[in-house]
Write a protein that binds this ligand. Structure first.
Ligand SMILES: NC(=O)c1ccc[n+]([C@@H]2O[C@H](COP(=O)([O-])OP(=O)(O)OC[C@H]3O[C@@H](n4cnc5c(N)ncnc54)[C@H](OP(=O)(O)O)[C@@H]3O)[C@@H](O)[C@H]2O)c1
Length: 268
């Protein structure tokens, strides 16, 4: 007779490599059952089998291309209807690092659909049952490029800026509930993402690159500590606080109701 897993099931998107595969390992080691989502189903199958054997949890794979609306809907239906789900890790992501006019429409679409649309739809799908139970966790993987833009990261930074703002908004909406929403902003991490992005990992200053294992372990430690915003590689936590204080001051500064004096306009 199978027993109920009190930790519930964690859904990890993009679990076929990189950060997602490490999340799957660490969440299984904590005792979560898992649903793993990605396109490369053979990889998911191998991972599912090994995690089930290693940790004695139930692991299922869903093959889905999150740039395809029908596939997103299939995963969304699982999130809406499976009452065992207690955690969603919105990790799947793609990156093309190139100037805008060197980024084909297909590449822009992929970033938009996977990084933005799928993340939003999957969050919408799981939220009603979390709200009903007043319990659950959503981990959204953004990037330090949510905060920063390079000449080759225009579209990617825009999509990750969305993830940051969407997640920060949700945190405010859900502040008085039992639902945890964590924003994770990794910096350069050694995964397949780089070679796929057009900037080979080998070209980076290796001293600036974190391992996927360290990144996920730090992010989960941040989750355990109740951090809403986790920057796994940033030593000085006050940098985020200074950034957030400046953001609030800028917002407040915009509420003057009149043009700034530097424009030389007469106040009406
Ligand atoms: N690596 C870094 O330096 C870094 C830094 C900041 C943020 N991040 C973010 O971290 C997250 C994980 O990326 P990673 O670095 O671990 O890269 P990765 O190893 O390339 O993993 C990306 C994952 O996303 C999945 N994915 C991509 N397109 C998909 C699609 N259309 N449908 C379904 N799944 C799809 C991939 O699976 P399939 O190919 O099998 O579908 C893969 O499992 C991403 O959101 C990324 O933007 C990474």
């Amino acid at each position: 007779m199978s027993s109920v897993n009190t930790l519930g099931t964690a859904v990890v998107t993009g679990a076929s490599s990189g950060l997602g595969a490490v999340y799957a390992d660490r969440l299984a080691s904590r005792g979560h059952d898992l649903i793993l989502v990605a396109r490369r189903v053979e990889r998911l199958g191998v991972l599912a089998k090994s995690l089930a054997e290693k940790y004695g949890v139930a692991v299922r794979a869903i093959a889905a291309d999150l740039s395809v609306p029908e596939d997103v809907s299939r995963v969304a239906t699982e999130l809406e209807t499976n009452p065992s789900i207690t955690m969603l890790v919105n990790n799947a992501g793609v990156s093309t690092l190139a100037p805008v006019l060197d980024t084909t429409k297909d590449k822009v679409d992929a970033m938009d659909k996977v990084n933005v649309t799928a993340l939003t739809e999957l969050t919408y799908a799981v939220l009603p049952q979390f709200k009903q139970r007043n319990h659950g966790a959503i981990i959204n993987i953004a990037s330090v490029l949510s905060l920063h833009i390079l000449p080759i990261s225009t579209v990617y930074s825009a999509t990750k800026g969305y993830v940051m703002n969407f997640t920060r908004g949700l945190q405010q909406e859900l502040a008085d509930t039992g639902i945890t929403v964590q924003l994770v902003l990794p910096a350069s991490t050694a995964t397949e993402l780089w070679d796929l992005s057009g900037v080979p990992l080998a070209q980076l200053d290796q001293a600036t690159v974190m391992s996927a294992q360290d990144c996920v372990d730090a992010a989960l430690a941040g989750l355990d500590q109740g951090e809403l915003v986790t920057l796994p590689s940033v030593e000085d936590k006050t940098l985020w606080e200074q950034f957030d204080t400046a953001r609030l001051a800028l917002f407040a500064g915009g509420r003057s109701g009149k043009p700034a004096s530097r424009y030389g306009l007469k106040n009406t």
